[in-house]
Design a protein around this ligand. Structure first.
Ligand code: UDP
Length: 327
């Protein structure tokens, strides 16, 4: 049975990877320091092939026994998180990546680094192909994340070239799905929770900036294929369906039937104006492309947010009514 370590396993994507790899017959060890992750995300998993270790991967990592695969997903990933934790973000991308690469070398494991479309910064090439080097402001507020991930890619390639470690680099574009946090701060969870509460949707700037949103199960499939391939060059994984943020807000108002409206707020500094993955490399080398439509993905995500937001609320009302009746 292959043995797989997932760092950031208590996060949104990490927790989906735990399920995916268990289903593929792996023994899975999840590691997280719970800075932005939550054990609730895997509380429903009761497999004897799964265990959790609370550990900060910027410190030396010790794992008893063999490790075949490492998926390095530990990092704050929402702009508001890396603004709140700039130094931890830099540390996990640099020191954390160094530690997991050291572990991969020691164990002879194949390691997949979760990199990001943020390495392209505010891109001057559109759509973004893997051979574009990017347009990143190193000293801006997003620089802590972007530069940490760029450093992580450089470190990964150095371990590959110098120590012959089997490495993979995925550049993940905007991803959404169940288990994003209600207070995550990113566009999709913000808009859905605002819509379900009947609040106005906060669109930053004039909403003409674009993103391309991939449903999390498509991402998991792409990551698995990349890990099992021999591809050591970075690979974009994302959905090429590009849309403006204003259109996404409108789509979510429509899908939730919310009575809220759109309100405009200031655009954060260095917010990329456009983003769309060129996925020809993933298509060619992995035979992968996304399958889940935006509508289906939103429906599943909205269901999850309803269960998180509306059920506890309904329960409180129910308990209050029971209390009023003197029961
Ligand atoms: N955004 C928005 N309202 C929100 C949250 C985000 O208009 O409540 C915008 C944000 O400025 C960016 C886009 O939506 O232009 C996507 O932001 P997100 O934080 O989801 O991820 P990013 O792609 O910027 O990393």
């Amino acid at each position: 049975m292959p043995r797989t370590l997932i760092t950031g396993g208590a996060g949104f994507i990490g927790s989906h990877l735990i399920e995916y790899f268990l289903e593929k017959g792996h023994e899975v060890i999840s590691m997280d320091n719970l800075l932005t992750g939550d054990v609730e995300n895997f509380a429903h998993i009761h497999s004897e092939n799964f265990r959790f270790i609370k550990h900060d991967v910027t410190n030396y990592i010790h794992i008893e026994g063999k490790v075949d695969y490492i998926l390095h997903f530990a990092s704050p990933a929402s702009p508001i998180d890396y603004l709140e934790h700039p130094i931890q973000t830099l540390k996990v991308g640099s020191l954390g990546t160094h530690k997991v690469l050291g572990l991969a070398k020691e164990k002879g494991a194949t390691i997949l680094l979760a990199s990001t479309s943020e390495v392209y910064g505010d891109p001057l090439v559109h759509p973004q192909k893997e051979d574009y080097w990017g347009n990143v402001n190193p000293i801006g507020p997003r620089g802590v994340y972007d530069e940490a991930k760029r450093f992580a890619e450089a470190m990964t390639m150095a371990y590959h070239r110098y120590h012959q470690v089997k490495t993979r680099i995925v550049r993940i574009f905007n991803t959404f799905g169940p288990r994003m946090r209600i207070r995550d701060g990113r566009a999709v969870p913000n808009f859905i929770s605002q819509a379900l509460r009947g609040e106005d949707l906060t669109v930053y700037g004039d909403g003409s900036q674009t993103r391309s949103f991939c449903y999390v199960s498509d991402l998991a499939e792409g990551l698995y294929r990349l890990l099992m391939s021999g591809e050591t060059e970075p690979v974009n994984i994302g959905n090429p369906h590009e849309m403006t943020i204003l259109d996404m807000a409108k789509k979510i108002l429509e899908s939730t039937g919310s009575k809220g409206k759109v309100v405009f707020k200031p655009l954060p500094e260095d917010d990329p104006k456009v983003r769309q993955p060129d996925i020809s490399r993933a298509r060619r080398t992995l035979g992968w492309e996304p399958k889940v439509s935006l509508e289906d993905g939103l429906e599943r995500t909205i269901e999850y947010f309803k269960s998180k937001l509306l059920l506890p609320h309904a329960l409180t009302i129910f308990q209050n009514i029971k209390g009023d009746n003197g029961e």
